[in-house]
Design a protein around this ligand. Structure first.
Ligand SMILES: [Zn+2]
Length: 282
């Protein structure tokens, strides 16, 4: 059924593996005057579910007292993105959930409406992703982390190849080093005008579910005047890294110093072939 009275005209779905920069990309797109970045909209399933940890079901910037998510109730009578669009009154909704099944379900849910789906596959050198996951989950088995990454990339590639609507591949490393050019490219893809303010994402209001603490911490810091008591916190060991960054966009290459050579070899063995297209060499 076509419904031209809908508020949501476009939904941008960010796919890829976790720890690949999707929170950064979401903030950039959500700083466009037409856009609202949900964070991981899949977390709306956990709103009001007290059995889930608070971090999975509140705005990572505001906490429970959020003007968007605080009293948001998912209704079964309307697709999720239109519900969000009605709340925020923006025509472009951005979702960085990344889970392939979730993306398929959501695309299906708007298939019969006038809202268009756009898929962005955000890639990042798998060695950087693994390093970041080891830092976050030091007790997990490294083989499992590599296998999970590899599976997610293969599932995402299959989703991307079969996706019947507009789609675009970009790399985190390109985004972080050529932010303006890549933002232009993404705006062309989304059929919106480029706005320089997008790159100044720390200065804009955001309300996000799920996503990367470090990047959110940067936004919270940039907004410390308004956001006195942000929900998101990061471990002491990461604070100096993020505090030195400010909310500028810069390439995170910590893996080059941090990744254990034995892990790098294991990664090459298990996932080198899949990483071929994503490899970033400078
Ligand atoms: Zn909020």
């Amino acid at each position: 059924m076509q419904n031209t009275s809908r508020i949501s005209r476009k939904v941008c779905l960010i796919a890829g593996a976790g720890h690949s920069g999707s929170t950064l990309l979401g903030f950039i797109l959500g700083s466009h005057s037409q856009g609202f970045y949900c964070g991981e909209a899949a977390k709306t399933r956990y709103l009001q579910d007290d059995s889930k940890k608070l971090i999975k079901r509140v705005c990572k910037l505001c906490g429970e007292d959020c003007r968007i998510w605080g009293d948001f109730h998912v209704s079964e009578n309307l697709d999720l993105y239109e519900q969000v669009a009605l709340k925020v009154n923006k025509p472009l909704i951005i979702d960085s959930s990344k889970n392939v099944d979730w993306i398929k379900q959501q695309v299906q849910s708007i298939e019969a409406t006038s809202t268009q789906s756009y898929l962005i596959f955000l890639g990042r050198d798998g060695r950087a992703v693994i390093n970041s996951r080891i830092r976050k989950y030091p007790k997990k088995n490294v083989k499992d982390l590599i296998a999970d990454w590899s599976e997610q990339i293969q599932l995402t590639s299959a989703l991307f190849d079969a996706f019947p609507h507009k789609k675009l591949k970009i790399s985190y490393e390109e985004l972080a080093t050529r932010a303006e050019a890549i933002a232009h490219q993404i705006c062309d893809f989304l059929e919106i005008d480029y706005e320089p303010e997008m790159l100044n994402y720390g200065a804009h209001e955001h309300h996000v579910l799920g996503g990367n603490n470090g990047t959110q911490f940067l936004v919270a810091q940039a907004q410390s005047e308004k956001l006195k008591n942000p929900f998101v916190q990061i471990p002491e060991r990461s604070k100096s890294f993020y505090q030195n960054l400010g909310s500028s966009i810069s390439l995170d290459l910590r893996w080059k110093q941090e990744l254990d050579p034995a892990v790098a070899n294991l990664f090459e063995e298990m996932a080198g072939r899949i990483n071929q297209e994503l490899k970033w060499e400078v």
